[in-house]
Design a protein around this ligand. Structure first.
Ligand SMILES: C[S@@+](CC[C@H](N)C(=O)[O-])C[C@H]1O[C@@H](n2cnc3c(N)ncnc32)[C@H](O)[C@@H]1O
Length: 363
């Protein structure tokens, strides 16, 4: 196995993709620093490999190169290069897809998008574990790669990890490796269908002139944060529910606000993803304001930080307390909020959202 080993050392944690994923360099997720800075990309297997500004052990091995017929690896600080006629991406907001299906001669391998669940190995489904044990190459965001159990990382031929952002180049890397004949898994937390890379993978496969069938593309579900976090506070989401992300990187704020109004006034329970970052303080404040416009300040809210990871914190608070939590360690980019509706109550330290059984049955 070879591992592209990137080091997280930035003290400034605002990311290039408009998101701030962590409060400080010392803040960690499951023992891994969540603050990361991308500076450059270089490819060794038909795509780009990223390194941070303080990369200490750049992988110059050619394990993966030999697997896809690629030849060289580069770690120049300002460019990305491809070894199998594949992608070249610059790590900016404007990531571009490089290679097309015609650039590859090999019989295509396989691509699966695998959801890891919340973080700890026992939170992963048996199917996800088995799919990752079978994968030759594993591609993912550094923090998620570090969450993988040793039996999986030790068994892979090559692991390609990049710091946060770079989703397009990372996904293209996975696709190029598969087009070059490798069996590849691209991983992410929770489920690949929830604010994650399953859709982007299909979009890029299409843009390359390839097909999902050609790559035997498959999605292996994982437990989404909404569900793993809900489980930690009881039964908050039992009835009709929606999820809304406060990240305005890919969805503009007026749309997010409109969705918050719609969900809040219709009585859905609401899971809030990506609730707070340094650059998005205003989004969080606006969200609290909108929720309080439609819901009682005493409405229970489950606040779950880093579910399944070393720094997990769980609290049940009242909606009226939410604004002041924005500036605490409890609420950041590894937190999920579970906002109750008008029927939700707290009993014995658990949130309960009745589904309506009590209206039909005596118990
Ligand atoms: C880009 S979304 C990815 C969601 C993921 N695909 C899923 O299915 O849960 C990232 C957001 O998911 C939530 N999240 C992911 N992992 C979490 C965890 N372990 N504990 C709490 N929230 C988490 C946070 O709201 C975070 O900002």
């Amino acid at each position: 196995m070879s591992t592209d080993n990137t080091t997280d050392a930035s003290t400034e944690t605002e990311s290039k993709c408009g998101a701030s994923e962590a409060r400080s360099a010392s803040e960690s997720a499951s023992g891994t620093a969540a603050s990361e800075a991308e500076t450059d990309t270089a490819s060794k297997c038909g795509a780009s490999s990223a390194s941070s500004s303080t990369e200490t052990t750049p992988d110059t091995g050619d394990d993966s190169a030999s697997k896809c017929g690629a030849s060289s690896s580069s770690s120049s600080s300002s460019s990305s290069s491809s070894s199998c006629g594949a992608s070249s991406s610059s790590e900016s907001d404007e990531e571009e897809v490089g290679s097309t299906v015609d650039d590859f001669d090999a019989e295509p391998g396989r691509l699966i998008a695998v959801g890891l669940g919340p973080g700890q190995p026992e939170g992963m489904t048996a199917r996800a574990r088995s799919a990752l044990l079978d994968a030759e190459h594993i591609v993912g965001y550094t923090t998620y790669v570090e969450l993988l159990p040793d039996e999986i990382t030790d068994g892979a031929d090559d692991i390609y990890n990049t710091p946060m952002c770079g989703e397009v180049s990372r996904t293209e890397e996975a696709i190029d490796r598969a087009l070059a004949g490798n069996d590849v898994a691209i991983i992410g937390s929770g489920d690949p269908n929830v604010y994650a890379l399953a859709g982007l993978a299909l979009e890029i496969i299409e843009s390359k002139g390839a097909t999902a069938t050609m790559l035997d593309f498959d999605v292996v579900p994982g437990v989404p944060a909404a569900q793993s976090c809900a489980a930690r506070v009881g039964a908050p989401l039992v009835n009709d529910t929606v999820s809304i992300s406060l990240s305005d990187h890919l969805t503009d704020m007026p749309t997010i606000e409109s969705r918050l109004h719609a969900a809040a006034k219709e009585g859905f329970t609401i899971t809030i993803y990506n609730p707070w970052s340094r650059k998005r303080r205003d989004n969080y404040e606006k969200c609290c304001e909108i929720l309080l416009e439609h819901r009682d300040p005493e409405t229970p809210v489950g606040v779950v930080h880093a579910a399944g990871r070393e720094d997990e914190q769980v609290e049940i608070v009242e909606l009226g307390e939410l604004p002041e939590l924005g500036e605490t360690d409890l609420v950041d980019m590894t937190t999920t909020l579970l906002v109750g509706n008008e029927d939700t109550y707290v009993w014995d330290d658990r949130m309960v959202t009745p589904r309506g059984y009590e209206t039909k049955y005596d118990y």
